[in-house]
Ligand binder design. Structure first.
Ligand code: ATP
Length: 231
């Protein structure tokens, strides 16, 4: 008799990119695309925050931010959207999203939380941040203006974050497939000094942000008069 089949295929590493996406721009899109290539991810799931906990009210409503992400990723088979945080009607803590994803995807699928260096440097301020490592790997990209970049931490981490990452840091992306969570991997992306705040500032001052973000998103911003009067 044939041996019983073992557990169903677990699937390759799934990248997770959370953000306010206020609005989504080419820095986010290159981050997702390059993480996919550099880390061998099967796909990247973009997760717009409903109520971001670490900042003021976003300049545009969650439904607008969700719609802009949808427009931006249209036609890219590597990218998908997750509206769970927008629909949750509570503060968007990543730990809660990861718990939800684990219950959806099971304990064995490698998850890779993708962070720009600025977000990573603030990780120790996140809700229940030390529990993140049990649920996901973390991949950290360089971002102009922020350390760390390249393959080494330049000593800019807070002592608690440094301590938490010390024995987790790897450079070989193949290791992300061997376990479902717990590793921290820096990777290099094309440096792009683009931020959502820069785009909001440009729109507010009547200067075009064209080519910093997809045209479809720019058209959406114009159609809905987003950011024109936001402080
Ligand atoms: P804001 O200017 O409003 O603070 P932002 O451009 O930083 O917004 P977020 O939605 O806050 O965008 O960022 C989501 C994630 O994308 C974070 O992990 C952030 O570090 C990363 N990210 C955003 N822009 C870049 C970029 N240009 N290069 C690398 N990472 C980026």
């Amino acid at each position: 008799m044939a041996p019983a089949l073992s557990s169903p295929a677990v699937g390759g590493p799934l990248g997770l990119l959370g953000g306010t996406f206020d609005p989504i721009h080419n820095g986010h899109l290159r981050l997702a695309e390059e993480a996919c290539d550099a880390l061998g991810l099967e796909r990247v799931r973009l997760i717009p925050a409903g109520q971001p906990p670490h900042r003021g009210e976003p300049g545009s409503a969650a439904d607008n931010r969700l719609a802009m992400v949808q427009l931006a990723i249209a036609g890219n088979p590597h990218l998908e959207i997750d509206d769970g945080e927008v629909r949750a009607q509570r503060k968007s803590y990543t730990i809660l999203t990861l718990e939800r994803l684990r219950s959806e995807l099971g304990p064995d699928r490698p998850l890779v939380l993708i962070l720009g260096a600025d977000a990573f440097l603030g990780l120790a301020q996140w809700q229940r941040w030390q529990e993140l490592f049990a649920l996901t790997h973390i991949a950290v990209a360089n971002r102009p203006g922020y350390a760390p970049h390249g393959r080494r931490w330049p000593g800019a981490l807070s002592p608690e974050l440094d301590e938490a990452c010390r024995d987790r840091q790897v450079t070989d992306p193949a290791l992300l497939r061997d376990r479902s969570a717990g590793l921290v991997i820096p990777f290099d992306m094309t440096p792009l000094a683009i931020s959502a705040s820069l785009i909001r500032d440009l729109v507010r001052s009547g200067t075009s942000p064209r080519y910093l973000l997809p045209d479809s998103v720019l058209d959406y911003i114009a159609l809905h008069h987003l950011y024109e009067n936001h402080e």
